[in-house]
Design a protein around this ligand. Structure first.
Ligand code: HEC
Length: 158
C-alpha cells in the first residue's frame, strides 16, 4: 500500500516541481526590476564612494573607509552587466534609464569597463583594510577614472 502511494505521489510531486521551475524560468525578473536594481546598485556605489571621499579630503577614518570600500567592492563584483539584459534598453526603473543604447550594442566593451571598475574597487578595498591611507588616496583617484571611463561612453547625463 505504502509503495503504491509513493508510486503515484512521487511522480506527481516531481511534475509539480518541474512545472514550478518552468513557470519561474519563463517569468524571469521583470524588466523594470532589472532597471531599478541597476540604478539602486549604482546609488549604493555612489554612497560608499562619497564616504571614502569624505575621508580622503577631510580627516581620515580607517574603519569608515574599510567599511565603505568593502561594500563598494562587493557591488562592483556582483556582475552588474547582467542587469543590462536585452529588453531593458528603454525601460523605466526608479526613473527613465540613463543607459545609452551602446551599452546593449557594445556589451563586450561595457563588460570590460565593468571589470576594470571591479579590479580598481578590489584594490581599494585591500588598501583600505590595511589602513594604507596614502595608498587609498591614490587608488581612489584610479577608481574614479573607471567610473568616468564608463559614463563617458555609456551613461546619458540627466
Ligand atoms: C561599466 C560602466 C559603469 C561603471 C564602471 C560605473 N557606472 Fe555608474 N552607471 C552606469 C550606467 C550605464 C548607468 C545608468 C543606469 C540606468 O539608469 O539604467 C549608471 C548610473 C549611475 C548613477 C545613477 C543611478 C540612478 O539613480 O539612476 C550613479 C550615481 C553612478 N552611476 C555612479 C557611479 C560611480 C560613483 C561609479 C564608480 C565608483 C560608477 N557609477 C561606475 C555605468 C557605469
Amino acid at each position: 500500500m505504502k509503495k503504491a502511494i509513493s508510486r503515484i505521489v512521487v511522480p506527481v510531486l516531481a511534475l509539480s516541481a518541474l512545472s514550478v521551475s518552468i513557470a519561474y524560468a519563463q517569468q524571469g525578473p521583470r524588466p523594470e526590476n532589472l532597471v531599478k536594481w541597476r540604478q539602486s546598485a549604482y546609488q549604493v556605489v555612489a554612497w560608499n564612494s562619497a564616504r571614502i571621499k569624505a575621508s580622503v579630503t577631510g580627516s581620515y577614518d580607517k574603519a569608515e573607509v574599510a567599511q565603505a570600500a568593502s561594500t563598494l567592492a562587493a557591488v562592483a563584483n556582483s556582475g552588474l552587466p547582467k542587469l543590462f539584459a536585452a529588453g531593458t534598453e528603454k525601460t523605466r526603473g526608479w526613473h527613465e534609464t540613463s543607459a545609452k543604447a551602446e551599452v546593449f550594442s557594445e556589451s563586450k566593451r561595457f563588460s570590460e569597463l565593468d571589470a576594470d571598475f571591479a579590479k580598481a574597487a578590489n584594490e581599494l578595498a585591500k588598501l583600505a583594510q590595511a589602513g594604507d591611507e596614502a595608498g587609498v588616496k591614490t587608488q581612489y583617484v584610479a577608481l574614479n577614472k573607471t567610473c568616468k571611463a564608463c559614463h563617458d561612453s555609456y551613461k546619458a547625463s540627466e
